[in-house]
Design a protein around this ligand. Structure first.
Ligand code: ZN
Length: 211
């Protein structure tokens, strides 16, 4: 009920107030022509712990502002070019292999509920990319008592596990933005622990590496 009210409110607001561009703030369409052009996918490849990660856009300038608008400001109407960037990254990361299982990063229930949607799944749907939720966050209480202090810290930081056996699955991990790669690295570990093979990862955007 709360969600439908929120959606109705957003819809009414769109009727009353002129829109502004998610990328530059200029009044007009939700994405102006210049910003759309700036969001043309330009896949870049990096290696995260030996895993090949392909990203459709550099997370800076227009792309960064649009990602923030979609992730944190509810501007889901601006998600189209990010979905196209993710699709380009998935195509490049797949290396024409068939039968890959696309696996998005697990989200906390609370963040998905607060937003009303989950950004990476929103992009996957918009890109019409079939995917499976086979990873879950390991609850902090799980197993904690049996771990030493360092291991506990690591476990709290980002513990993931496969929700079912992944024997024989060839997995392409998917996220909206890659920064340090820690999340993708943990996901890869969890997939392997579940019996699957990780062929690489794809993200809509990547934080540029500082030299
Ligand atoms: Zn713009």
């Amino acid at each position: 009920m709360k969600e439908s009210l929120r959606r109705t409110g957003a819809f009414l607001q769109q009727l009353v107030l002129p829109d502004d561009c998610c990328g530059c703030g200029v009044v007009g369409p939700s994405l102006c022509t210049a910003c759309r052009r700036a969001l043309a996918p330009d896949p870049v490849v990096r290696s995260v712990g030996g895993m090949r990660v392909v990203s459709g856009l550099a997370y800076e300038g227009v792309a960064q502002r649009v990602v923030v608008a979609v992730k944190n400001e509810g501007r889901t109407g601006c998600a189209g070019p990010l979905a196209a960037a993710l699709r380009a990254a998935v195509d490049a990361a797949s290396l024409q292999q068939q039968g890959l299982l696309l696996v998005p990063m697990p989200s906390t229930r609370r963040s998905a509920v607060e937003r009303g949607y989950d950004p990476v799944r929103l992009l996957l749907r918009r890109a019409r990319l079939p995917h499976r939720d086979v990873l879950r966050l390991v609850r902090r209480q799980d197993d904690q008592v049996r771990l030493d202090r360092t291991a506990r810290f690591a476990n709290v930081a980002s513990g993931m596990a496969a929700v079912r056996p992944l024997d024989g699955a060839r997995v392409l991990l998917v996220d909206d933005v890659v920064t340090t790669g820690a999340t993708l690295g943990e996901a890869a570990r969890a997939v392997r622990a579940g019996g699957g093979t990780v062929v690489g990862a794809a993200t809509a955007a990547a934080t540029p590496l500082r030299r």
